[in-house]
Write a protein that binds this ligand. Sequence first.
Ligand SMILES: *Cc1c(COP(=O)(O)O)cnc(C)c1O
Length: 434
Amino acid sequence: MEPRKRFILEERDIPRRWYNIVADMPQKPRPALDPVTRQPLTQKDLSRIFSEEAARQELNTVDRWIEIPEAVRDQYRLYRSTPLVRAYGLEKALDTPAHIYFKNESVSPVGSHKLNSALAQAYYCKQEGLTNITTETGAGQWGTALAYAANVFGLELAVYMVKLSYEQKPYRRSLMQVWGAQVVASPSMSTKAGRRILTETPNHQGSLGTAISEAVELATTVPGCKYTLGSVLNHVTLHQTVIGLEAEKQMEMAGEWPDVVIGCFGGGSNFGGISYPFMRHCLGGEHAGTRFVAAEPEACPKLTKGQFMYDYGDEAGYTPLLPMYSLGHTFTPAGIHAGGLRYHGAGTIASCLLGEGRIEAVDIGQKESFRAGVLFARTEGIVPAPESAHAIAATVREAIRAREEGTPRTILFCLSGHGMVDMAAYDRYLTGDM
Ligand SMILES: *Cc1c(COP(=O)(O)O)cnc(C)c1O
């Protein structure tokens, strides 16, 4: 009989609660600080821009489990559980004794894990009586997920999209518009911040910094409007733990436990989402040998080459100061195709865990990531997002080491998204123009 390949949970086994790892961390991350007063941020500070519930979750260091609202679980049911797949094809191609599993978040309607948090954040805004939400987006993955979620819960969404991406990545813009979002190329003339930038630099191409300033300005000046963020913050990672909680049950179905858990790393939400439910057991003293590996791009190596510091979350220095591994908020990474990994800092939980030696990091070159992405497409059938290809490349390295050292191991990685809207990048790779 063919060995079993794909593991799906029964509806009754889909998690009802997210896992808040901070409650279990012996040493808590240091607090985020107000950039002016340098005092720890309070719930009141945070809820000026975020929903009340997101603000509460952001600061929650005591509750290990946080209920997933029924309305959010209802939406999760359309695509969850996502499959856990044994990658026999990849194992065979690498001639490795390692067992490789991946958690396929690309099956969400928007094609990535980002929807897990977008649905939660949009729901809380609706619950709290808001009518509008706003955000910024670089490559467009977060904006796309939020557009879907805003449509589901009946909210108006304005997305500030970095002008360069707005022009170069028309399909993500179209997707947001299909779900009814208003997409504005940033910098724009619609905000004070945007007008100031355009007055100084009329053909500014935009950056996450300009887009964040515009979105935050909108959220603080328009009544009934709040801001949302797709990565980096604790509450975003909290929502992503549904990935690892499902994977934990699915690995049990497969009769295995991972020796290594791997995720690509932008701000840390999919990495934390797949890792922390497994790390829970390490913090509790079981499975102490499990390793957690974050895969970042060589062009943006905050985990392997950054410094631990209090730094701004954005280029312009408008946001609170976060205690994190960072390359400095003015660091401008090269224009690699994995846009979702081009962020200068790492979320505070991951930074704290890295400092304690509980997680490892590897940096992956762009060509190595695409080589791994193409190998994965040819062996497992799915074209991965350029971001996810970094996790695949780190997995390939582990699997080859397992062969060379003759030490079998079980590897689990997160396939954070598919690359069907990133084919221009694959074209460049395949034609040798990278
Ligand atoms: C945004 C994105 C990432 C990076 O963000 P994290 O918060 O680090 O997970 C990775 N993969 C995909 C497909 C993305 O869209």
